[in-house]
Ligand binder design. Structure first.
Ligand code: BGC
Length: 436
């Protein structure tokens, strides 16, 4: 699709050798459909247009990317992959190991990506041979709470330092007629709460043991029971209409002063900013109680479909040889250009300023970031130093996809049913053992 025949005649029936105008274009699959997400992606679109490419955006709605992953699998199976696709964590590694992704090692070496991208993130940007297969766009953090400042001021409450304090201020919020916690009842959003609950219950070492090492003892421990206990208490703070609600609709409840808080990754900040709100003036950002300084990361990356692979039904393949081959070379050039645009320090800054994230490169200055961004950048530095930068379970950076899906079910069931936390822990141990 990078080289499109513009004669208006289907390529297969064009006689070989007919010259045609060439349009350089790039198609990207992603799930950035909220206002701030689309605005952030627009920065990349404009950068690519400046580099001479037309931009084809293929958005698949659905926060967290569950739907996008299904569509992507289908397109891979059908042999019609896009040039580039938004991907997270283990999905990238899985695709790479199946030979579906292009190798970005050349541009990565030339631009020194190894030196500027944190190692815990690089683990998800490379295949098993250590070749770069994805371009990191940003770093998000999941253990945040976003609050409506006017409600906090009105009730003279401040950010809770402990989980008990969170429950205590929530009681006052409810009494005053507001919803304490804006929540969307979708499995990935419940999993996002669980990231924080596990960290709060046990700290970074426990989080790593349980969620990343999948250690049976940690998974079945009283500490894990505490995490489920928190989930059950959080469930009491939401409104009756939470089922199926999108994450940005939940953020809008905080923006519109219907709800006081939302526990969500910092893509939520993008929505506050888009609504013209400022941190510490209109909204507050603070860590989920008990996770101060801890850094649970999620990072968006763009991986490229492998231009060396034969995709039977990709547009490139309907071109008659040798143009088909040439087309693949052009795709490679375009993908390299896109990867280079993504790692450009000024893109990294501009994108994250809108998206709510921080740059994936650690050498971008924090000067233009707001106080939530600055805090994230400082906490990340510390977490890298102390080796406590841990991947988000909810967003595919802790455990392989199949295990994650099984744990999603346990977590959502625990949140939405009256079963005991002790039972949830037992189910957790069982499903992880079976899915591993
Ligand atoms: C992505 C974010 C996105 C969020 C909501 C996460 O999985 O990493 O970039 O904003 O989902 O759609």
């Amino acid at each position: 699709m990078l080289r499109r025949w513009t004669t208006g005649i289907v390529a297969g029936v064009v006689s070989i050798g007919v010259a045609a105008a060439v349009e350089r274009s790039v198609e990207v699959v992603h799930w950035w459909t909220s206002g701030s997400e689309a605005a952030a992606l627009n920065v990349l679109k404009e950068d690519m247009q400046k580099r001479g490419y037309s931009w084809k955006s293929s958005p698949i709605a659905g926060g967290g990317g569950g739907q996008a992953r299904v569509v992507l699998r289908a397109r891979m199976a059908a042999g019609t992959p896009p040039d580039a696709m938004q991907m997270l964590g283990f999905t990238i590694v899985d695709y790479a190991n199946e030979g579906l992704l292009g190798d970005l090692s050349g541009v990565a070496a030339k631009e020194g990506w190894d030196r500027v991208v944190p190692a815990p993130l690089q683990r998800f940007s490379k295949d098993r041979r250590g070749h770069w297969v994805a371009a990191p766009m940003n770093i998000h953090r999941t253990n945040w709470i976003w609050a409506n400042k006017a409600i906090f001021d009105e009730l003279k409450i401040s950010p809770p330092k402990t989980f008990d304090e969170l429950m205590a201020i929530s009681a006052r919020i409810r009494q005053a007629g507001y919803i304490p916690l804006a929540h969307g009842g979708q499995a990935w959003q419940e999993a996002t709460l669980f990231d924080s609950a596990v960290m709060s219950a046990g700290g970074p070492d426990f989080y790593r043991k349980a969620m990343i090492d999948l250690d049976a003892k940690a998974l079945g421990s009283p500490t894990m029971e505490k995490a489920f206990e928190q989930m059950k208490k959080l469930r009491t703070l939401v409104d009756p209409d939470f089922a199926g609600r999108d994450w940005d609709a939940a953020t809008a409840m905080v923006i519109n002063k219907k709800a006081a808080m939302q526990i969500m990754g910092d893509w939520a900040k993008g929505e506050f900013l888009k609504a013209g709100m400022q941190p510490n003036v209109d909204f507050l950002c603070f860590q989920y109680p008990g996770t101060e300084g801890d850094f649970i990361f999620n990072a968006d990356q763009f991986a490229m479909s492998n231009p060396r692979r034969i995709w039977p039904f990709a547009k490139s393949a309907v071109l008659v040889e040798p143009q088909g081959q040439q087309n693949r070379e052009e795709q490679l050039v375009a993908q390299t250009e896109l990867a280079s645009a993504i790692l450009d320090p000024s893109f990294q800054e501009a994108f994250s300023l809108i998206k709510g994230s921080i740059p994936a490169r650690t050498d971008v200055p924090d000067a233009r970031f707001d106080l939530c961004g600055k805090k994230s950048m400082a906490d990340l530095k510390m977490a890298i130093k102390s080796n406590t930068m841990v991947g988000s379970f909810a967003h595919g950076h802790a455990m392989p996809e199949s295990v994650k899906e099984a744990v999603y079910v346990v977590v959502s069931r625990a949140f939405n049913s009256d079963g005991s936390s002790a039972d949830a822990v037992k189910q957790l141990v069982r499903v992880v053992r079976a899915a591993k």
